[in-house]
Write a protein that binds this ligand. Structure first.
Ligand code: GCW
Length: 714
């Protein structure tokens, strides 16, 4: 008996363990629909699955549907040959299904385009049927994921009239993964790519990675760091890359690599990497041909050149055009793309680093080959909690311009601090560049709509590693999700994306969804407030970029904090007006005039564009100094509010994820207090103004904060 009880206990703990919410399943948990009435209704509405087709992509979609229906509705429906009952699901393309080909949906399919899909309720053979149809197999896969999402988020499926298509062509993740398994700016463990075991051992996780990406429409992945290692282009590695490409292919995901500019020297034995040297050109053309023998649908190459010490054409007295076009020629016969990054900064420290991308690239418009895409970070500096949009957007009308967002929160509290990034990305995408008059938004430029480019895209620097929960923190998963959704459709709202994600990742309980959505939507502003309010930027500690370091000086000037805050006895902020660095001139009017004039510059960007006296009178009537203090406090208060809301959700979340986030929020509160103390006390050495008692004194003195090294993993 005792033994029996023992085994029973083992069994129960095993089951509990198997169901432990460790975050591995992301937003694809497919837990049973908890609303009883809806569960019954869904089951009555789905009685048959008619889903012919044998391609690897259709098989992936069939498997996903089966897993989803089994989890969500406890349904195990054997594949049906044809529709015999009301409630059939009819799925496929006109070429995979005769029934679909016979439906009057060609106009709708035309609208859906090559990767889109439609979901309809209609009558087929006298039965009421739900149709998921697309022009291509991958469109079907996307449609299946969306159909499952309707169930996951407990939407009505009674009458469906959905047409969906991606607004950008290349929707890519950029992994900054090194071949030794480390991840640059990665906060979620080691690289997913196990180069030592590939190509022989295929971690099942690669497939789950592909599923997660396909579920949000991501269709490509750059496997390697932009600080590139030429070894990835050698035969041994190409075989490994091909093995990954084989896993990803059914999910519509193409593989891309980063190219180290000096590879012809390092692995090719050439004396130079001069892009105009015929031997170099031939070397790259041959190399690209070779890549395509391993990976016939290889997407292309991404290059970081002449930036932060990476080699590039300028080492040979050539420019970005010569460099990029050399790759373009090699890739063009295969239909591949070359993504050339505009994140450049010179060997020599410029008067204003934020001007550099524009200064170097704007004159090059019209000189790139058609398969070159210039990849531009959202802001002119470097993934700060808040930056104005990069003035390069819209400034190269003849060149496809691709967005680069950073999902991994290098400067926003990394994997510890809760910061939902959709509002930050939307702020950029919705910005009006006025490049072709009013309405020339960044979104329209990256969608290729403004200039009718046939190629368009977005890249997101991934926050994914081999941690069991992929991203180091549950809420960091929301940023992977939101990135994919916005790359698919930049017009979606941050709230709508958060709503979907919360329901799929946690539950559909309104009393959970709404408050959690609220804290997510305010979380990025909280980070801005306690790190770099009112347009301050780059005040993070040196190198790690975690925790405050407003005093950082020495070394390369434009990597220090004092270069950016310019705090002195008069005031604080970087003068980028015509009287200062004149970075404002890089924007089209009227944007440039708005930023030139301190009275029209939005408070959010005030100290980005202006150096202002400590006693400067703000729109609120208060002084700049007092508003600074208030912003740090607002940031701290927001974090305390997040804690309060989260604590009140204990009964609605599983204990694993509840505890994990509670711990993270406690660290975040501590971080926020530290930011306030460190920054205000440091700036106070210049302002010589008091922090009035009512605002709360920092807990320690400046010396303490200067010595402190915040550890994100505490
Ligand atoms: O944000 C900075 C990072 C570097 C990164 C660089 C870049 C890959 O601190 O780690 O290098 O940007 O985007 O190239």
């Amino acid at each position: 008996m005792k033994k029996l009880l023992f085994y029973l206990a083992m069994l129960i703990s095993g089951i509990l363990h198997a169901n432990a919410e460790n975050g591995y399943n992301l937003w694809l948990r497919y837990n049973k629909v908890s609303n009883k009435a809806l569960f019954d209704q869904y089951r009555l509405s789905i009685t048959q699955v008619v889903f012919p087709g044998k391609s690897t992509t259709l098989t992936a979609a069939q498997d996903e549907l089966a897993a989803g229906l089994k989890g969500l509705l406890l349904l195990n429906l054997p594949p049906a040959a044809t529709i015999t009952a009301n409630g059939a699901l009819l799925i496929g393309t006109p070429s995979s299904s005769k029934l679909i080909a016979s439906l009057p949906i060609s106009a709708a399919l035309k609208e859906a385009g090559p990767e889109g899909y439609i979901i309809r309720t209609s009558m087929v053979n006298g039965k009421s049927v739900r149709v998921i149809a697309a022009n291509t197999d991958v469109g079907v896969l996307y449609g299946v994921f969306n159909f499952l999402k309707l169930l996951q988020t407990e939407k009505s499926i009674k009458t469906l009239a959905i047409t969906e298509f991606p607004h950008t062509k290349l929707r890519l993740l950029n992994h900054w993964d090194n071949l030794n398994g480390s991840v640059e700016r990665g906060y979620a463990g080691k690289s997913l790519w196990n180069w030592a075991q590939l190509p022989g051992t295929i971690d099942p996780r690669y497939r789950d990675y592909a599923r997660a990406n396909a579920s949000i429409g991501i269709n490509g992945t750059v496997l390697t760091n932009v600080n590139a290692n030429a070894q990835i282009l050698t035969k041994d590695y190409l075989a490994k890359v091909a093995a990954l490409a084989n896993v990803f292919r059914p999910y519509g995901i193409k593989v891309y690599l980063t190219a180290r500019f000096s590879a012809p020297i390092e692995i090719g034995g050439l004396k130079t990497a001069d892009p105009l040297d015929p031997a170099v050109k031939k070397w790259w053309a041959d190399k690209v041909d070779e890549i395509y023998t391993y990976i016939p649908d290889f997407g292309g190459l991404l290059v970081k050149a002449n930036s932060e010490g990476e080699p590039g054409p300028q080492n040979y007295g050539r420019g970005h055009v010569e460099g990029a076009n050399m790759f373009a020629d090699a890739l063009a016969p295969h239909g591949g793309f070359i993504m050339w990054r505009a994140f450049v900064y010179d060997e020599k420290v410029a008067d204003d680093r934020t001007k550099q991308a524009y200064t170097e690239f704007h004159p090059l418009d019209g000189k790139f080959k058609p398969n070159v895409i210039v990849q531009i970070k959202n802001g002119p500096l470097d993934f700060q909690p808040r930056e104005p949009f990069s003035p390069l957007f819209g400034a190269m009308p003849k060149t496809p311009e691709m967005m680069e967002f950073q999902i991994t929160k290098e400067y926003l509290g990394q994997a510890t601090n809760l910061a939902y990034l959709a509002p930050m990305w939307k702020e950029c995408l919705d910005s009006d560049t006025y490049s072709k008059g009013k309405g020339s938004t960044v979104a329209k430029i990256v969608e290729g709509k403004l200039e009718n480019h046939s190629i368009s895209g977005m890249a997101g620097v991934a926050n994914i590693g081999n941690d069991i929960n992929w991203c180091g923190n549950i809420f960091a998963q929301a940023n992977w999700y939101a990135y994919g959704r916005l790359a698919w459709n930049p017009e979606l709202t941050s709230a709508a994306i958060a709503d979907e994600w919360i329901r799929m990742t946690f539950n559909n309980d309104k009393s959970f969804v709404e408050p959690i959505k609220q804290i997510m939507l305010t979380s990025r502003e909280a980070v801005v407030n306690y790190m770099t309010p009112l347009g301050l930027h780059h005040q993070m500690s040196r190198g790690v970029h975690y925790g405050p370091g407003p005093w950082v000086t020495g070394g390369r000037a434009d990597q220090t904090s004092i270069y950016y805050n310019r705090a002195d006895s008069i005031g604080i902020g970087f003068d980028r007006t015509s009287k200062g660095s004149n970075a404002v001139s890089q924007y089209f009017p009227p944007v440039r005039n708005v930023f030139e004039n301190v009275n029209t510059t939005p408070d959010e960007y005030l100290l980005w564009f202006h150096h202002l006296p400590w006693n400067y009178k703000m729109k609120s009537g208060k002084t700049l100094w007092i508003e600074l203090i208030e912003h740090y406090n607002m940031g701290i208060d927001s974090v305390k509010n997040m804690q309060k809301v989260w604590d009140s959700m204990e009964s609605k979340v599983d204990p694993e994820r509840f505890k994990e986030e509670k711990h993270a929020l406690a660290i975040q509160e501590d971080d926020a207090e530290t930011w306030k103390g460190a920054c205000l006390l440091y700036y106070q050495t210049f302002s010589r103004l008091p922090i009035p008692d009512k605002y709360g004194k920092p807990a320690h003195d400046l010396d303490y904060y200067k010595k402190l090294r915040l550890n994100p993993n505490r």
